[in-house]
Design a protein around this ligand. Structure first.
Ligand code: CA
Length: 520
């Protein structure tokens, strides 16, 4: 996505919106909605369940700010329930390393640290939605223009960085899985157009990719690994990325692209590029991000990244609910035209709204306080594009109106493929969860660290395969991806009272699926 645009338009928009504020209405919106004609595509991949995904990474922050969502009858409901009811089957969530200044001030943009991803993954799983974890290996937004290395990795040499990427990837997947998330796919990097984690040499980048990919494979070989690029209208660049990944024998499954139809060429070109790469290298392909405006209005007094008249945008569909639905359907069609290699489509941030009907100054308090906009003031210290807190530049591309009511275009997810019958969401489909404190080193799971754990750890250091995955995580005290003598020394020192618990902050209360229930 391209976030930073029209920041200066916010003041103008604020003036315009003051006169346009309406009274919140329940039920379907009259202002925007329209009859939409849906097309159905033949399902050919994934057991007849192509990916119909959305990225709702900002959801926790915007809920905290006070944004609410409604089902088609006007009843307030959990966004995840509404999405599942409308045919969505996959949730994408971005993960930043340390999106804060180290003194308790978040950078905003949804505050997407690991804890946020855990909470989103857990909620998605309650509604049977799988998770694509979009690990960005940055403390804030990563896209072709910027791939800034996390603060704490800034001085690492190539080998050290490679090792940290393995550890970090393992830690992210462990935390989300422990929290109850159902990870189906992992993106190692976001829009990595010859630029990743501060590195700009594609061959060096492939080393870094390989380290993250290996961490995913080691964690769970059933999880799909995706690499993600932006703008397939740069055809030769795309073929070169795929060629280098192949030359360097990068072990991945999915070649993914951002495709914003008003910037990134035609859907025919999208199909040609993805199908060529998928067929040449035997990879799945998909659209990891797309969006299209349904209106030129703005809902949060922060200017939008595109609307009619945007100088760099080409609109091949009406800017209307119907145009948005036809565009999204064509993006699905373009991926389906890649045959059984085409996995499906994720829509980017279809619910990133501001609180309706409040002033620019009131919105700004939410961007600053809850991180519900694209940045807080504190992000300026890390990201040079930030000058001050800002809101959502995508609210006119949402699949909900400005009051949180679903547009007809959201039903594309319901109608675009024949759907397997889905059970009604009931208490029975909710993952039973319980509180659990995870103590690292507690191999016998008795909530205490004793010589019995030390004995088990010594045995595990001799044969790590003897442990199941959860126990391996617990035993890897220094989180370096191995269980060995170094872990034994840490636990010995702790039991002798010569060191603090380890690693700092990793003992914690978490919500876990109750063990007597099968994982969904
Ligand atoms: Ca906006």
């Amino acid at each position: 996505m391209r976030i930073l645009t029209k920041m200066l338009a916010s003041v103008t928009a604020a003036v315009l919106m003051i006169g346009a504020v309406g009274i919140p209405q329940q039920g379907r919106t009259a202002a925007y909605d329209a009859d939409v004609t849906f097309s159905q595509l033949p399902a050919s991949v994934n057991g007849g369940e192509p990916i119909r995904g959305v990225d709702v990474s900002s959801i926790l922050s915007i809920e905290e700010a006070g944004v609410r969502f409604y089902d088609a009858d006007g009843t307030e409901d959990d966004l995840f329930a509404i999405l599942a009811d409308h045919g969505v089957n996959y949730i994408r969530v971005r993960v930043w390393n340390e999106p804060n200044d180290g003194e308790g001030h978040s950078y905003g943009g949804g505050n997407n640290d690991v804890d946020t991803a855990c909470a989103i993954g857990r909620r998605a799983a309650r509604y049977g939605l799988k998770l694509l974890v979009d690990i960005q290996y940055s403390d804030f937004w990563a896209d072709p223009a910027k791939q800034q290395r996390p603060k704490y990795w800034a001085s690492h040499d190539h080998d050290t960085l490679t090792g940290e990427i393995y550890k970090w990837t393992t830690w992210v997947l462990t935390a989300i899985t422990e929290a109850g998330g159902d990870i189906g796919m992992v993106q190692v990097g976001n829009e990595t157009n010859c630029h990743f984690c501060g590195e700009t040499d594609m061959y060096q980048i492939c080393d870094l990719f390989a380290s993250g990919d290996k961490a995913v494979r080691d964690f769970d070989p059933g999880i799909l690994i995706a690499h993600h690029f932006a703008d397939p209208s740069h055809v030769d660049d795309y073929y070169w990325y795929a060629k280098v990944l192949n030359e360097r024998q990068v072990d991945y499954d999915v070649f993914a692209t951002s495709y914003y139809p008003y910037w990134h060429g035609t859907t025919d070109n999208l199909t040609t590029v993805l199908k060529t790469i998928g067929d040449t290298y035997g990879k799945y392909v998909m659209v990891a991000e797309t969006a299209y405006p349904y209106t030129n209005d703005d809902g949060d007094n922060f200017g939008n990244v595109v609307s009619a008249g945007s100088s760099d945008a080409t609109f091949r569909y009406d800017i209307s609910v119907d145009g948005q639905a036809q565009c999204l359907t064509d993006v699905f069609r373009a991926v389906a035209a890649c045959g059984d290699k085409g996995l499906g489509v994720f829509y980017w941030e279809p619910a990133w709204l501001g609180v309706p009907d409040i002033s620019w100054a009131e919105q700004r308090e939410h961007w600053r306080g809850q991180g519900s906009g694209w940045a807080t003031d504190y992000a300026a210290a890390y990201d040079p594009d930030v000058t001050e807190a800002g809101g959502s530049s995508y609210d006119n591309q949402a699949l909900f109106d400005m009051h949180g009511r679903p547009l007809s275009s959201l039903d594309v997810f319901l109608h675009v493929y024949p759907q397997a019958a889905r059970p009604e969401p009931t208490e029975a489909t909710t993952l039973p969860m319980e509180e659990k404190t995870v103590y690292f080193g507690d191999l016998d799971d008795d909530a205490a660290l004793t010589v019995f754990d030390l004995a088990l750890l010594k045995r595990a250091a001799a044969d790590p395969e003897a442990l199941d995955r959860d126990a391996r995580t617990t035993a890897d005290l220094n989180a370096d991806g191995r269980i060995d003598a170094a872990d034994v020394v840490l636990l010995q020192d702790y039991l002798h009272g010569s060191r603090a618990p380890f690693p700092a902050g990793r003992d914690r209360q978490i919500q876990v699926p109750r063990r007597d229930e099968p994982r969904m």
